[in-house]
Design a protein around this ligand. Sequence first.
Ligand code: FES
Length: 162
Amino acid sequence: MAGVSPCWPTAPRTIGRMISNADRRASEARRAASRAPRAAAAACKVTVCRGCCCGDARKVPGVDHAGQIARLREAVGTSAAVRASDCLDVCDQANVMVVQPSPQGRAAGGRPVWLGLVNDDDALADIASWLRAGGPGIAEPPGVLDLYAFTVSRRVREALED
Ligand code: FES
């Protein structure tokens, strides 16, 4: 559930080391990404749900659903591949998008980020700017995207990875 933090039965000193190691890996990945050719940064992916509710004007009125994927593709350029998917099983969050890290971002600790209620172009612009900066694990997302982020069950998460 969003906003619920796990409780870690780990000593504060150990947590500090874990954070330090994560920071070091993220820093190394950012340096590697800055040296890598542009094509390497193109490995982020965005999955845009276009199932029974996402992309349907009867379920989410007042949104130019038909043009949303094209506008996102144009905004991200070569920084990410954008694909449509069938229902991701979290319809109450329509329109749903999942931002998946590049291999470099994943190596730096980046994980897929689920975004819901992505029904305005400002959100698309923020997603695109994050991807152009490197995406999960490489760049911090614009703070406003916290308003769209949500967590999903393992079952839902793993279904996307299949
Ligand atoms: S249609 Fe998008 S989550 Fe179901």
